[in-house]
Write a protein that binds this ligand. Structure first.
Ligand SMILES: Nc1ncnc2c1ncn2[C@@H]1O[C@H](COP(=O)(O)OP(=O)(O)OP(=O)(O)O)[C@@H](O)[C@H]1O
Length: 306
């Protein structure tokens, strides 16, 4: 299969079980978020997928190839954006990208053309002929992404790509990642900033304590009760209406409105209709956190209870 396939993968460093049991698939044309708290094993897992670290056990396929036994095939088809850019500080942005292209076997002309295209793609035009050491952290992130794309890979592995980016650059990154998936590429993006992944990812791989969550647990967590944030132009009327509807004890009211738990979207919709019906001027009614964050917190709760 093209895309990414991971089965029963584990990797320890001495006594530390960084990844205990990772299993998931990402189909071509899909952006998957790799989500987990600090120390969950995200970078260790990505390094194994990128053929830079051998697993102790389990099986990995990147675009159909095994990073352990076929690292060259994998590297030809996979782009890797590490969370810190180790680059050649004295080379210009253009030269760094052209050099990367040459390392993938491109002719000098093809590598220069590719460098020029990528500089435009990640909006580094004004800095193209500056040495990479003068770049800010966010600009280095963009160069790192461009480098990962040099050989037009089928599979992209991005480790915290948005860290250090300002809001405009984050939006541009999101758009670029969506476009790459639209072109049929498989993208795995790690982050612990869930809001950032929320708008970018089609699907998610949840990693906690070195283990990926089972699909059934993810589905169950997605259906669990969640908080909805309700805002009104008249906060007192909203509080009174929630109280009268029997939600006085569970609603959390603050200066941003009220957060009320509903077991399902249908229950939330019913309450919205009720509030509007009794004349509360509602200005906003939406889940208090995004889908990924909701599942993430619920999975962590299930883990804690186990
Ligand atoms: N080379 C190493 N030697 C020893 N322990 C390591 C090594 N690399 C990672 N670890 C440990 O493995 C665990 C997982 O680390 P990893 O960097 O994969 O987590 P992460 O999910 O990427 O974390 P973060 O979100 O903080 O970047 C941590 O406990 C870490 O200390």
């Amino acid at each position: 299969m093209a895309g990414i396939r991971v089965e029963g993968v584990a990797r320890s460093f001495g006594e530390v079980h960084a990844v205990r049991n990772a299993a998931f698939e990402v189909e071509p044309g899909t952006v998957a978020g790799l989500i987990g708290p600090n120390g969950a094993g995200k970078t260790t897992l990505l390094l194994m997928l990128a053929s830079l670290l051998a697993p102790d056990s389990g099986s990995i396929r990147i675009a159909g190839y095994d990073p352990v036994t076929e690292p060259h095939q994998v590297r030809r088809r996979m782009g890797w954006m590490p969370d810190t850019l180790g680059s050649w500080p004295t080379l210009t942005v253009r030269a760094a990208l052209a050099t990367s292209g040459r390392m993938y076997g491109m002719s000098s002309d093809a590598a220069s053309d590719r460098a020029a295209d990528l500089i435009g793609l990640v909006s580094l035009d004004p800095l193209a002929d500056q040495p990479t050491r003068v770049l800010s952290r966010g600009q280095k992130q963009r160069l790192s992404l461009a480098r990962a794309l040099v050989h037009d890979p089928e599979v992209l592995l991005l480790d915290e790509p948005a860290s250090g980016l300002d809001p405009a650059a984050r939006a541009a990154l999101r758009e670029l990642v969506r476009k790459l998936a639209g072109d049929g590429k498989t993208v795995l993006v790690s982050s612990h900033v869930l809001a950032e992944l929320e708008e970018m990812a089609d699907t998610a791989v949840y990693l906690a304590d070195g283990e990926t969550a089972a699909p059934d647990d993810v589905a169950r967590a997605g259906q669990a009760a969640r908080g909805w944030r309700i805002r009104s132009l008249d906060a007192d009327r909203l509080s009174a209406a929630l109280e009268a509807a029997g939600f006085g004890a569970v609603a959390v009211v603050d200066r941003f409105g009220a957060v009320v738990p509903f077991a399902s979207e249908a229950d939330a919709a019913q309450m919205l209709a009720h509030l509007v019906g009794v004349g509360v001027p509602i200005s906003s009614f939406a889940p208090a956190v995004g889908d990924l964050e909701h599942v993430f917190h619920d999975l962590n709760r299930q883990g804690g209870e186990a």
